[in-house]
Design a protein around this ligand. Structure first.
Ligand code: CS2
Length: 495
């Protein structure tokens, strides 16, 4: 057994005998990107690409300063600061091969709730060229049905009255951009990396709506100076488990309090629209394209929606992971039928992509037995996900008279999940969702009003008015509530 070494800058040289470590001089690096929302995904994706660029191409000036705006970010802040920004990325291949490496591209981390001023300072620094975001689908503060900015949020109200004490991403971005403008500095690019269709356009629309209420001249400057590239980001990154922490300690003698696990697949397609320069990400495989929309749509409607199909149906059946669903023939057939019969027909062509191959590759990725992506991660925040991942497909099919049964069962199952909160074996299912109370309340009225769940306008718009959908939904709801045997229902839908 090797002696255990804490993961930090001081121990890096010694750790280098055990595992790949950054060989570039981290001390000489300057922050070029500020990233808001440092979760597992950012660490497996943008921070990894940046690390590869620094490692293989001696890129400099593009290191990342992580920023957390919420109290909930304190743990990652503390861990990363203790580890000098270093963490282990553990890539797990389907054949069992495991490739861990230490990533060094994050060189600083600041917590807004403790040091708002210092967050603004780094965002307004002349060296900072990009502010990137993974603030989750729910973090953009818009109404999912109308797509309009939600001024009802008390934090937003606070920021409008006190522009110098920001709380949300919008308060920080406007305050930092104001500092830059006043100092005569170029604006930074705002680079959204969230799973939202037209993520850059959405970020732009929301920020401008907020800024116009706050300071019209600043809003005009932002409109003129800030670029918001749209992007499609992809890498399956499950929640880190204790076993990964133990694995690193046992196998490599590394004490890393919060490593990240991910699949080998990685993709980033982004529009080449930057206000103030960008890293040469194309050198490490990032695709720059003039229009990212077809790629986004393909990924959100096939991969993310496919995940929700497996996650929600799988949870009720009692499967714990996505790969367990993929070992179950009914789930595999159902997923493919959903993709082939409901998504592909409304997707249109994606230039340069063979959709059948893409769907095959999704099946392989979901089936990776070493990723063990929990269905609970997929089901979490479904209220922010399904309106973007699945409901547009349903609407398109209703308009074009296409099939809707595969998606409708998932929505009925989501209601059952929100109501019962347990799987078919009586095991509890936790509802992790910003709207959990509302979801549960609506679902619990199903016995007296079968359509109660889909009456939630903020999620479903006026879908409940559509006779074809409402009737099919009511029929499915009745069957699920009769016996909760979701697999049987899936098989019925399949015939
Ligand atoms: C998942 C995504 O959250 C979800 O429901 O579908 O996190 C997915 O794993 C990533 O978008 C993969 O790139």
């Amino acid at each position: 057994m090797k002696n255990t070494l804490l993961l930090n800058q001081k121990n890096l040289a010694q750790l280098g005998n055990r595992i790949p470590v950054p060989t570039y001089n981290r001390d000489a690096q300057k922050v070029g990107m500020v990233h808001i929302g440092v979760g597992g995904f950012h660490r497996a994706h943008q921070a990894y690409y940046t690390h590869k660029l620094m490692e293989g191409f001696s890129a400099s000036g593009w290191s990342i300063c992580g920023v957390g705006l919420r109290e909930g970010d304190r743990k990652i802040h503390d861990v990363l600061n203790k580890q000098d920004g270093l963490y282990t990325l553990i890539v797990k291949h389907p054949d069992g091969k495991i490739e861990p490496q230490i990533i060094g591209s994050i060189i600083d981390f600041k917590l807004g709730v403790d040091e708002a001023e210092s967050v603004l300072e780094i965002m307004a620094s002349p060296d900072t060229k990009i502010v990137s975001l993974t603030i989750t689908e729910g973090g953009y503060n818009f109404n999912p049905t109308t797509g309009e900015f939600d001024f009802g949020n008390p934090d937003i109200q606070h920021e409008l009255k006190h522009p110098d004490s920001p709380k949300t991403v919008y308060g920080y971005l406007t305050a930092a951009l104001k500092k830059r403008r006043d100092a005569g500095l170029a604006a930074f690019t705002i680079m959204s990396c969230d799973n939202i269709q037209h993520n850059g356009d959405v970020a732009q629309k929301m920020l401008l709506t907020f800024a116009r209420k706050q300071d019209m001249t600043l809003a005009e400057w932002i409109e003129k100076e800030v670029c918001f590239p749209n992007s499609m980001v992809d890498r399956i990154t499950p929640v880190t488990s204790q076993s990964e922490i133990e694995y690193l300690e046992k196998t490599y003698g590394i004490k890393d309090e919060w490593p990240v696990t991910c699949e080998p697949f990685i993709q980033w397609v982004i529009e080449d629209k930057f206000s103030n320069g960008r890293p040469d990400f194309e050198k490490v495989g990032v695709q720059f394209v003039p229009d990212v929309k077809p790629y986004e749509e393909m990924k959100l409607r096939l991969l993310n929606a496919g995940h929700s199909v497996l996650g929600i149906l799988g949870a009720i059946h009692g499967h714990k992971t996505i790969n367990a669903c993929m070992e179950d023939e009914t789930f595999v057939t159902y997923l493919r039928a959903f993709m082939d019969k409901e998504v592909s027909p409304v997707l249109g062509e994606v230039k340069g992509i063979d959709l059948n191959k893409y769907k095959d590759s999704l099946q392989e990725r979901f089936a990776n037995p070493n990723i063990k992506d929990s269905v609970s991660r997929i089901c979490s925040e479904s209220s922010a996900k399904l309106p973007k991942f699945m409901i547009p497909t349903l609407q398109d099919n209703l308009m074009g008279k296409g099939s809707i049964k595969f998606a409708t069962l998932v929505i009925a199952a989501w209601c059952y999940y929100s109501d019962k909160g347990m799987d078919k074996n009586g095991q509890p299912l936790e509802i992790i969702d910003a709207m959990s109370v509302q979801l549960q309340q609506a679902a619990q009225q199903t016995q007296t009003d079968p359509l109660a769940f889909i009456r939630q306008e903020s999620l479903f718009g006026d879908l409940v008015q559509n006779k074809q959908f409402a009737e099919l939904y009511a029929e499915m709801i009745q069957k699920i509530y009769e016996n909760g045997n979701i697999k049987k229902l899936m098989q019925n839908v399949l015939v």
